[in-house]
Design a protein around this ligand. Structure first.
Ligand SMILES: [Zn+2]
Ligand SMILES: [Zn+2]
Length: 392
């Protein structure tokens, strides 16, 4: 791929001063800044191309070589050091090396400024104007947590105005170059001190750093660029989430006033209590009540799981408090592999009301040797294990 001439890239001629080159680069960097051209690959390439041109033309040594030999004179410079870009700039290189040159028009310098609107979130790109986040709560059943859930939720939010596409003015002719900053978006103040002139820049207050002011605001949004409206948003909740977790659906929050990046939709998970199962991490716990007769003679019984009912066998002579572990019948790990277990605690139900006949029958068994408690070591230890489990 043939490279464009660096002077052409910045739109300056060979006699341009260092200051002119810097100004020209600043203009290009702002024009093609990713915050102004979200998702635009061509703009990103131009943004990188301008940085590469500026890297060479702002360095007297590289510039001299470039002037003499063209691209061949500088292409391999600095690939191994000297801060060169080698195979090209990454966006982060550009922001960290040259951000202070064009950053004034963007958020970097805007944090907490009275001009507002430029996202304060450190995660956002160099403080591009960003809409606010919306936080919603979503209640999930254990079954949904076990299998993951697709949700479609209608939320009220600020959306980009459909008539002006978020610009605040319907057409370019309804905007004019800001007279305060002459379209640079920057308000520069020069102060004279003992040390000479001190220059400080801040975003132009008249145009909020945009370089343009609206002469005829869009009627639909009064020039705000946003309108209130409902939007149906679909998103998937992964398996295994827990109450209190927060999912971020990026770009589904409020639109910012007059262009920029949407805020995020934050989905806070809540768990709906299950009528029969309780959760302990990824394990589920079920208290299974059986009759004394079932425990003594054994039986097949149904237990609930997050995948419907399953039948399990109760062995003859099962003690109250015995735990049966159904492997893999718990909840999946949220960000990994493996699934918890379903722990079934057997509870022998002791009848509280008895008829005369029942009392007579039981009385006959009162002195039976087999009815005398004779817990095994395992049965005794079980209570220790349970105590440990629940005291944690
Ligand atoms: Zn509008
Ligand atoms: Zn201005």
């Amino acid at each position: 791929m043939s490279k464009r001439d660096y002077y052409e890239v910045l739109g300056v001629d060979k006699s341009a001063s260092a200051e002119d080159i810097k100004k020209a680069y600043r203009k290009k960097a702002i024009q093609f800044h990713p915050d102004k051209n979200p998702g635009d690959k061509t703009a990103e390439e131009k943004f990188k191309e301008a940085a590469e041109a500026y890297d060479v033309l702002s360095d007297s040594n590289k510039k001299a070589r470039y002037d003499q030999f063209g691209h061949a004179g500088v292409d391999n410079m600095g690939a191994g050091g000297a801060g060169g870009f080698g195979g090209g700039f990454t966006m982060d290189d550009i922001f960290s090396r040259f951000g202070d040159i064009f950053g004034g028009a963007f958020g970097g310098a805007f944090g907490g400024s009275p001009f507002g609107g430029f996202g304060g979130s450190s995660g956002s790109r160099r403080g591009v104007r960003r809409g606010s986040d919306i936080r919603i709560r979503v209640k999930l059943t254990l079954e949904e947590i076990a299998h993951g859930a697709d949700k479609v939720i209608k939320i009220n939010k600020l959306k980009a105005c459909p008539d002006c596409h978020g610009k605040g003015a319907v057409s370019e002719s309804d905007m004019k170059t800001c007279p305060t900053c002459n379209g640079t978006g920057v308000f520069t103040r020069v102060t004279h001190t003992f040390l000479g002139q001190m220059q400080s820049s801040s975003p132009c207050p008249a145009c909020n750093g945009e370089g343009k002011v609206i002469t005829k605001p869009c009627k639909t949004c009064n020039g705000e660029g946003v309108v209130k409206g409902a939007e149906e948003i679909s998103f998937s909740i992964p398996k295994g989430v827990e109450g209190g977790m927060q999912l971020t659906i990026s770009g589904k929050g409020n639109a910012p006033k007059r262009g920029g990046v949407n805020g995020n939709l934050l989905v806070v998970i809540e768990e709906e209590p299950h009528p029969e199962l309780q959760r302990d991490g990824n394990d589920l716990i079920y208290s299974l009540y059986v009759t004394f007769v079932q425990a003594a003679l054994g039986d097949d019984v149904e237990v609930p799981t997050v995948d419907g009912k399953v039948r399990i066998k109760i062995d003859p002579g099962t003690q109250s408090g015995r735990m049966l572990r159904l492997r893999g019948k718990g909840l999946p790990e949220v960000n990994g592999y493996g699934t918890g277990d379903l722990l079934v605690f057997v509870q022998v139900w002791t009848p509280a009301k008895l008829s005369k006949d029942e009392k007579d029958l039981l009385s006959k068994l009162r002195d039976s040797t087999n009815f005398k408690p004779n817990p095994s070591k395992e049965d005794r230890n079980f209570f220790d294990r349970m105590k440990k489990m629940f005291s944690q």
